[in-house]
Design a protein around this ligand. Structure first.
Ligand code: NHR
Ligand code: GAR
Length: 216
């Protein structure tokens, strides 16, 4: 059965686009049922509209607290009966209640080689630390911010002449490979969350996740 996906965004939505393109190319056994943004001016909403996907806005600024915002999101999202929730540049920390509601069926992409550099400004922090490598990680979302089980990682090298911008661009290119791949694997049940841990092809996935070869 084709899986129903709801994508949460706050901005440009280039990862959303990469997933839409992979679906159009027949690489993912799923479809995007809706896109939801907490910002009215997110460019990703236009990408959804162009693809005839319902594009929803729920402004967090119009709610008194995180709990009521998250509850309103749950109501909007559940209307589409999703099998999978994809955070693609979604910038609001989610409450424990929201996370529990979608436990095991929610993914995020984070711009670092987790568990390094949880939180924000990851590219700058990797350069300032003098790291030789940086990258991005698709992980299952748990209550612990950027702390859930890892699914797929992609690595890039940090070169002498890299600055925050150039590094961000390199990482973005890898994000657009690993996110559609992770979504494809979930939709085909190749990659699974179980109470005993993450399985890939019914085998335990190591805690660092699947390492995508940068030459792919
Ligand atoms: N929520 C939970 N519970 N667990 C995770 O792992 C989450 C999450 C919500 C978002 C994405 C994450 C990232 O990939 C994500 C993972 C926003 C912030 C943040 O500090 C931190 C991490 C992530 C996303 N947000 C500020 C807030 O007060 C607002 C920042 C802004 O609006 O620019 O929510 O890095
Ligand atoms: C991506 O680089 C993603 O890793 C990052 O935001 C960008 C969204 O780009 N996510 C976070 O920093 C989450 N805190 P996009 O809107 O073009 O997909």
């Amino acid at each position: 059965m084709s899986k129903r996906i709801v994508v949460l965004i706050s901005g440009s939505g280039s990862n959303l686009q990469a997933i839409m393109d992979a679906i159009d190319a027949g690489q993912i056994n799923g479809r995007i049922a809706a896109v939801l943004s907490n910002k009215a001016d997110a460019y990703g909403l236009e990408r959804a509209q162009k693809a005839n996907i319902p594009a929803l806005i729920l402004k967090h600024t119009e709610f008194d607290d995180r709990e009521s915002f998250d509850q309103a999101m749950i109501e909007k999202i559940d209307h589409y009966q999703p099998d999978l929730i994809v955070l693609a540049g979604f910038m609001r920390i989610l409450t424990a209640e929201f996370v529990r509601h979608y436990q095991g069926r929610m993914l995020n992409i984070h711009p670092s080689l987790l568990p390094k550099y949880k939180g924000l400004h990851t590219h700058k922090r990797a350069i300032e630390a003098g790291d030789l490598y940086h990258g991005c990680t698709v992980h299952f979302v748990t209550e612990e911010l950027d702390g859930g089980p890892l699914a797929v990682q992609g690595k890039v090298s940090i070169d002498m002449d890299d600055d925050e911008d150039s590094l961000q661009q390199k990482v973005h290119a890898v994000e657009h490979k690993i996110y559609p791949l992770a979504v494809e694997w979930i939709c085909s049940d190749k990659l699974k969350w179980t109470p005993k841990g993450i399985l890939i092809n019914n085998q335990p996935l190591p805690s660092e996740g699947y390492q995508l070869d940068s030459s792919v």
